[in-house]
Structures are given as structure tokens and as C-alpha cells.
Design a protein around this ligand. Structure first.
Ligand SMILES: [Zn+2]
Length: 715
């Protein structure tokens, strides 16, 4: 049996969704939809919301404006569904333009609540193929048909006692946006039904028609596609997905080392403990580039931003003696006085200019200019957006503050650490790398890599198969690539995705933008980058996908590359993200014009990627039956979106590493509503825990893939 350490059976496979949605069912076998609850947000509330968009144009507009899309918009029943981080005001704007909110996946307060609950629960316990075409061929059945159809995918699987089928079909009528395709199915028990597909375009290019997995009463034995233009496909027998299973877990296999969400401080402690507990099997590697640290400059509005204000900012970080520094303006009380600025006893005083009659004549621009001119090494000042040229008011002292709430977080530059696990940590064995939390808000991801690390270590003492893997494979794990952003996500703004380095200049440094600063580390690498003209990164410092001030401008991304370069035995890598349930590999980016991707892997490499993916997907399913959909297994650029300058592409194209990406946190099927429901970045802990267990199993399978690859190379 399986040993469940420090975890009771109570919390296992519950489907945990912060808000239940309902909208029309997608499958013929789906039950009638429940009434739809209203989805509402206050104007300034930020939340992660699943939105049904009006049309493709609305989606394109959102992408062009750098919207914070949590995963790839999906089509179901002809509707485009996108998960967006937005405010109530932004949602209202979208709704006015024809969009409909269908599910609040996560509200801003949910992260903190789920974190606190997870810690409390832990304390209580202590006290107590993708491209594999499914044999379809074109068939034109009627003389009137003007298109022909081909199945690109037809797969089925069973999970949680329910059977699903998923298909992709291509029509030759690629330019006709109105062609409708319907798939009819027949199941082993004789039942029949049908479901519509949705046209999928990417970057203006027709890809195929598809839909989300559809429930069927039993194993589907035949599917046929028909189009509104008269085209009919050849009947196809869906194949079993993923049709690969790992070796069964041996008696006494140890797992479940995750009790609660882990902050970077917690992760640091866990790394230290593992190194102490498993001496001889672990090295801790301090990666070479220290991060900025959990720090911000200190700022204040001098004046009222709703009326007239100047933003004053410290040049140094708030924790470097600048928090609490006071700033004020004064009326000199006499005529003909010049504008002056003095700094004494931690008080910056701007004495405003007066005219002959003694009236103040300084403007906001004058005040910003005098501060910058007098104290360029200590302060930066700029006129708040909307306050240009206004008379400068007399302002009583205000204190500069960095606004950071995480009092127990060290403010120093942070040393990112990797665990190196194996019997022979000398480069003589094939290496694998698992790294997580490039994106700060993806709290479940370090749980996956740490569970994986500890499973390998603990079982090496009791399980001969694990011991054998550690004989043959050299494992590297970076649990949190982005600790500064993660600290900010835990303590300040739970939807923080990027790191804490602020490259903004001018008025975009206004502290009202504090939650939008930072670099998207998974857009900061050099291959297929925004700087090379690839799609999916941004040059706007406030965008969710801001690529940085240049390739590898960030310590965090340089660290990942430094580790891979230093240890050239690493041949496989997994970049662990959340959420959505994806399994991906290169190419991860394309250029907009003509949708030209980075070079496709060779036929042999594509086969290795797909065959390994099926093994790993099978291993993930071993835990609670979660099946990563075939439509979400494949090259990043095909199944998710173009992600210019991502790390997997860097590892693959620069270093020849077979580099994958997980998006853990698969949608859960809700039998009552007949819908797939998103789990979000910071689900209730039971869900995050379940994700850590299933995806750690996937990483163990990656180690077996590496072992088998090395053996085949030798043989
Ligand atoms: Zn991510």
C-alpha cells in the first residue's frame, strides 16, 4: 500500500472551485445546465474571471492591449472562453462590449485565505499527439460537397468513471469562416450522439476545428465529421489516450510531503532540511545571480492625486533608510522668494516661489524639476499624470514608503537555490532539471517540484527502483525561480506574475501601478524573443508579459541558464507552471507575419517528445485520474500561444535539452453543470495538494524517460 505521510485521507480528490458557474452544456450526454448565478465584481476588485468573449476580434483587441490572459482562450459550442485577471471596471467595460462573465475562478482575497487555511490545517495535523493523425482520410461523399474533412485527432479516455472523447478536424475550406463542422459518435453500448466543433484560428491563420472533451456514455467506437458545405470525413475509431502507464507504485512507496502552501522562506528552510537529512545524496547549489530582493523604492504623493500632485520617489530602496523620510512644501510667507529645496534630518522641504505680493507661483512641474536638480542621487520626482502645469499646493509632511507588507521577509538580495540529487553528482550520469515558479502567483508549482525531490530522496532508502534511478540519473531542482515576486504574491498582491524589478520610467512609475511592474521571466530569454520580433512578449513595462529591458536582463532568468550551462549532462528539463493542464514543448514562439515558428524538431525528436509526453501524462493520471487533454499536449506555439523568449525554447535551441513545460492544475469536470471548470493559480489547498501529488509523479516518470534515453544511447 501507499504510505500517506502526515496527511489524512480526508482531503483528496474534491473538486474545489471558488465559484461555480453554469452555462450551456457542451456535450450531447451532458445534463441540463443549472441556472446561471450572476458574476459580479466591485469596480476596484481584482479577480481571475472566465469570460465568454463576444468574438475573435474582441480577443485580438485584448491581446494587443497586453491583457493578463491566464491561459489560452478556448472554444466551446462556438463560444470563445478566456481566463483574465481584471478589475471590476475592466470587466464592466468588456461586458458593455458584448462579453459575458461565466466564472469567477479566484478573487483577490482567495489566495491569502487559502494560504492561511493550508497553514492552519498543517499545524492541526502536527498537533494531530498530438500529431498522430487518427487514420482519417479525405472523403467527398456528395457531388455537392465543396470541402473535404480530415480528423487530425480522435482520442478517448475514462476518468472518474466518466468517458470522454476529443477530436480535431481540418476542413479544406480554410478561408470560409462560416463553415460548421459536426462530429457524430457511436459508443460501444450502441448509443449515438453528436457535438459541434469550433473553428480555431491563431495569428490570423486557420488551424483546425475542435472542441473541449465531450462526455459519452461508454467507449466511442466510431466518429464521423460532416460540414455545412457537404463534406464528410471517413469514419474513424478514436484511439485511447494517453495509452501509457508507469510501473505500479511498489508496496510502501512514500509520498505526500506537502502540508501547506510554501512561501520562499519556507522553501529555503525545506531545502536546508533535505540537505541535512539526506547527506550523501544531495548538494545545495547557490545560483550565481542574486535577485534584487523583496524591495521597492519608497514613494509618496506630494499633494492630492485627484487634484494636483507630484510623485516623489527615493532612488534607493525603502529598506535602505528611505522608508519614513518626509516630504513637504511650504509657503515662505514673503514676497519674491525663489523656489528652493533642502534636505535635513530626513525631511525634504520644498519652499515654493512667490511673486511680489507674496502669492505662491510654483507649479507642479517646477517642484518636480527642483527636486530632481537638487538631489538627483537621493530622490526622483515627476508630475502625477493629470497634474501637469497646475499650481503647486502647500502640502503638510508626507512620508515615503515602499508599501511592502511582508514584514518577516528578508529584504536583502536573494540567493536562488537548486537541489542536486543523485548518487553520482559528478556529471557522469544523464541530468534532468525541474524548475518552478518563474511566475510568482503559481503557488502550486514549487509544491510539485519539492514533492518530487523528497519522493526521490525518501524512497531511495526503501525502494530499490528509486535507488536505481538515483544511481543512473543526476537530478536538478529549482523550486522557486522567482522568490521576490513570490514574496510579493504572498504578502502584497496575490496575482503578481512577474519579478519585482521595475524598469518603468516617467509617469508609469506612479505607485498606483505598483502591481503592474516587473519582468515576465518566461519572456526574458534570448531565443525567439520579443527583441527578435517574436509574438507573445511586450515592450510595455506595465504589461503582464513585459520582456524586460533586454534579453536576460534579469538575474532570475540568468540563473536558470547558468545552471544548465554549468551542467552539460542535463538533457531533459521541465518548466513547471500553472494552471490549465498543458504538456508542451518547442517551438514556443512564432513571428506574427505568416506565423513562422522557430524551427520544428526533427521527426525523431518530435517522436521522442510525444512518446515521452504520453508516458508522463499517463503517470500524472495515476494519482487521481487526471488526464491532460490531447488538445493541450504538443508544441507551445500550437496548443497554448506564442511565448516569445521563453526558457524552454532557450534550453532546447541553445543547449540541446529536451525541454518541456507543464501547466499543472487541469480543469475539473463538473457533472452537475456539464462543464469543465478552471482551478486558478491559488486554489483551496486540497486542490493544490492534489496537483503536487499527481505532477510529482509526472516528474518521476521524466527521470525514467531520461534513464531509458541514456540506456538507448549506450546500447
Ligand atoms: Zn506561468
Amino acid at each position: 500500500m501507499i504510505v500517506r505521510r502526515r496527511w489524512t485521507a480526508a482531503a483528496t480528490t474534491a473538486i474545489l472551485i471558488s465559484a461555480v458557474l453554469s452555462h450551456p452544456g457542451s456535450g450531447a450526454a451532458a445534463p441540463a445546465p443549472a441556472p446561471r448565478p450572476a458574476v459580479t465584481l466591485a469596480g476596484d476588485e481584482t479577480a481571475l474571471v472566465r469570460v465568454q468573449l463576444r468574438d475573435q476580434a474582441q480577443l485580438d483587441q485584448l491581446v494587443a492591449r497586453g491583457a493578463d490572459l491566464a491561459n489560452r482562450p478556448r472554444s466551446a459550442d462556438g463560444r470563445i472562453l478566456a481566463d483574465l485577471v481584471l478589475t471590476g471596471a475592466q470587466l464592466a467595460e468588456l461586458t458593455a462590449q458584448g462579453a459575458t462573465a461565466v466564472q469567477v475562478v479566484q478573487r483577490a482575497g482567495d489566495g491569502a485565505r487559502h494560504f492561511a487555511e493550508s497553514v492552519r490545517a498543517a499545524q492541526a495535523r502536527t498537533a494531530a499527439g498530438l500529431c498522430a493523425p487518427a487514420a482519417g482520410q479525405r472523403t467527398t461523399s456528395a457531388a455537392t460537397a465543396v470541402d473535404t474533412l480530415q480528423f487530425l485527432q480522435a482520442y478517448w479516455w475514462t476518468t472518474g468513471g466518466r468517458t470522454f472523447v476529443q477530436t480535431q478536424v481540418a476542413t479544406t475550406a480554410t478561408d470560409d469562416p462560416d463553415v460548421e463542422i459536426t462530429v457524430s459518435w457511436r459508443a460501444a453500448d450502441g448509443a449515438t450522439g453528436s457535438f459541434p466543433l469550433t473553428r480555431f484560428e491563431d495569428s490570423g491563420e486557420y488551424q483546425y476545428h475542435y472542441t473541449l472533451p465531450v462526455p459519452v456514455p461508454s467507449r466511442p467506437v466510431q466518429v464521423t465529421a460532416t460540414s455545412s458545405l457537404g463534406g464528410v470525413s471517413r469514419p474513424v475509431t478514436p484511439a485511447l489516450w494517453p495509452n501509457a502507464a508507469p510501473p505500479p507504485l511498489p508496496e510502501g512507496y512514500q509520498k505526500d510531503f506537502i502540508d501547506a502552501y510554501l512561501t520562499p522562506v519556507d522553501i529555503q528552510a525545506r531545502i536546508k532540511r533535505l540537505a541535512r537529512q539526506y547527506r550523501g545524496l544531495v548538494d545545495v547549489i547557490d545560483l550565481p545571480y542574486k535577485t534584487q530582493g523583496y524591495r521597492r523604492t519608497a514613494t509618496a504623493y506630494l499633494g492630492d492625486p485627484a487634484a494636483a500632485a507630484v510623485v516623489v520617489e527615493s532612488v534607493r530602496f525603502g529598506d535602505q533608510g528611505m522608508n519614513g523620510v518626509q516630504v513637504r512644501t511650504v509657503d515662505p510667507g514673503r514676497g519674491n522668494r525663489p523656489l528652493t529645496a533642502t534636505y535635513r534630518d530626513r525631511v525634504l522641504t520644498v519652499s515654493l516661489a512667490t511673486d511680489r505680493s507674496g502669492a505662491v507661483v510654483s507649479t507642479t512641474d517646477d517642484v518636480a524639476a527642483v527636486i530632481n536638480a537638487r538631489f538627483p542621487n537621493r530622490f526622483r520626482a515627476f508630475v502625477e499624470d493629470g497634474s501637469a502645469g497646475l499650481p503647486m499646493p502647500v502640502v503638510a509632511p508626507v512620508r515615503l514608503d515602499d508599501g511592502l507588507e511582508g514584514t518577516e521577509v528578508p529584504t536583502k538580495p536573494w540567493t536562488v537555490q537548486a537541489l542536486r540529487i543523485g548518487k553520482h553528482r559528478d556529471g557522469s550520469r544523464i541530468g534532468v532539471l525541474a524548475y518552478s515558479q518563474e511566475h510568482a502567483r503559481e503557488w502550486a508549482t514549487p509544491l510539485v517540484t519539492l514533492e518530487f525531490a523528497e519522493r526521490m530522496l525518501a524512497n531511495s532508502r526503501t525502494d530499490p527502483a528509486t535507488r536505481e534511478l538515483l544511481e543512473q540519473v543526476d537530478i536538478f531542482v529549482i523550486p522557486t525561480v522567482n522568490p521576490d515576486g513570490a514574496n510579493y504574491s504572498f504578502h502584497d498582491f496575490n496575482f503578481q506574475r512577474k519579478n519585482l524589478v521595475n524598469h518603468c520610467t516617467g509617469t508609469s512609475r506612479d505607485p498606483r501601478n505598483r502591481d503592474a511592474w516587473g519582468v515576465d521571466l518566461n519572456r526574458n530569454y534570448t531565443v525567439g524573443s520579443y527583441f527578435d520580433g517574436y509574438v507573445g512578449g511586450s515592450g510595455n513595462c506595465l504589461s503582464g508579459t513585459y520582456a524586460g529591458s533586454g534579453e536576460l536582463s534579469e538575474a532570475e532568468s540568468r540563473n536558470v541558464i547558468a545552471l544548465a550551462r554549468e551542467h552539460r549532462n542535463i538533457r531533459f528539463a521541465m518548466n513547471v507552471h500553472s494552471y490549465g493542464g498543458y504538456f508542451m514543448w518547442p517551438p514556443g514562439a512564432y513571428k506574427a507575419d505568416g506565423r513562422v515558428t522557430l524551427p520544428r524538431p526533427s521527426i525523431d525528436e518530435s517522436k521522442l517528445f510525444l512518446d515521452s509526453a504520453r508516458r508522463i501524462v499517463g503517470a500524472i493520471a495515476q494519482e487521481r485520474g487526471t488526464v491532460t487533454w490531447p488538445s493541450q499536449t504538443g508544441p507551445v506555439a500550437d496548443v497554448l500561444y506564442s511565448a516569445a523568449g521563453n526558457s524552454a525554447d532557450e534550453l532546447y535551441y541553445e543547449l540541446g535539452i529536451f525541454a518541456w513545460d507543464f501547466e499543472v492544475g487541469n480543469d475539473r469536470w463538473n457533472d452537475e453543470t456539464g462543464q469543465w471548470e478552471g482551478v486558478g493559480f491559488q486554489p483551496p489547498f486540497e486542490e493544490a495538494h492534489a496537483e503536487s501529488q499527481e505532477y510529482a509523479g509526472g516528474l518521476v516518470e521524466m527521470v525514467r524517460v531520461a534513464r531509458d534515453y541514456a540506456a538507448a544511447q549506450e546500447g
